[in-house]
Design a binder for this molecule. Structure first.
Ligand SMILES: [Fe+2]
Ligand SMILES: [Fe+2]
Length: 246
């Protein structure tokens, strides 16, 4: 909820804007269901949030990939993606693997957590080589399964995150098994190898080190991400306007 009377260059200027939290953000949590309470507050001058939220940095009219990194991805995921991409870059991996590492958690960084590999792969699919989207999709399942041949073990962080006895659901097991037999297996496996969680602050990594790779391998739509009429444009728009009521 925000009072933004001074934001005259934003839509709904002068109004008190109310934000409805998406069901996936609160169902099953301790957070209360505020929908009826919010709707009760509607009155002349008090509206449901639509369009640019003055509490967020405004995106350019034709946003490019790195604008989402700069203005929308959460801090931890921002550092995590840059670190993964840089590790792959420093290891001399090919461009497609570096790009997949840089983008692998883009969905949980700015959209949704559940099934983040699938959401992320869909978001980027129109703009990258099929192999990159495939690697992003499948890293989600492959993360749960060791591959000693490349020194990849079940992550300690997953023991901490999910408990020592957690085992992934059947659809993940099936996906990982299929991925292992696929010709692009190693691309996705390398994403898991450079997919290391850390929560301490570290030396900042300049986004610009990825500019060339993005330029060569990410087809930025001229209308901007979210406005090119693609099948996934709505996902990018959702990241631009995460608080829209509808
Ligand atoms: Fe991930
Ligand atoms: Fe990750």
């Amino acid at each position: 909820m925000s009072d933004n009377d001074s934001n005259t260059d934003h839509p709904q200027a002068g109004c008190r804007r109310l934000i409805l939290t998406p069901p996936v953000g609160w169902r099953g949590t301790d957070a209360p269901d505020t929908e009826s309470e919010i709707l009760r507050q509607l009155a002349p001058g008090t509206v449901l949030m639509m369009g640019d939220n003055p509490a967020l940095p405004r995106m350019p009219a034709r946003p490019r990939l790195l604008d989402f990194f700069k203005y929308r991805i959460t801090d931890i995921t921002f550092r995590h993606l840059l670190t993964s991409g840089k590790r792959a870059l420093d290891a001399g991996e090919d461009d497609k693997v570096v790009l997949a590492c840089l983008l692998h958690d883009i969905a949980n960084g700015m959209l949704l957590r559940t099934d983040h590999g699938y959401w992320g792969a869909q978001m980027i699919a129109p703009y990258v080589d099929e192999e990159v989207a495939w690697a992003v999709e499948n890293h989600q399942a492959l993360r749960y399964y060791a591959d000693e041949s490349v020194g990849y073990k079940y992550p300690d962080s997953y023991v901490r995150f999910f408990g020592p006895d957690y085992s992934p659901p059947e659809y993940i097991r099936v996906a990982a098994e299929a991925a292992r037999k696929h010709r692009w297996y190693m691309s996705s496996r390398l994403v898991t190898l450079y997919d290391i969680y850390f929560f301490e602050k570290s030396e900042p990594i300049e986004l610009e080190i990825f500019t060339d790779i993005i330029g060569r391998h990410f087809r930025e739509p001229k209308e901007g991400l979210g406005f090119d009429g693609s099948r996934v444009a709505h996902m990018w728009r959702t990241a631009i306007w995460p608080n829209n009521s509808l």
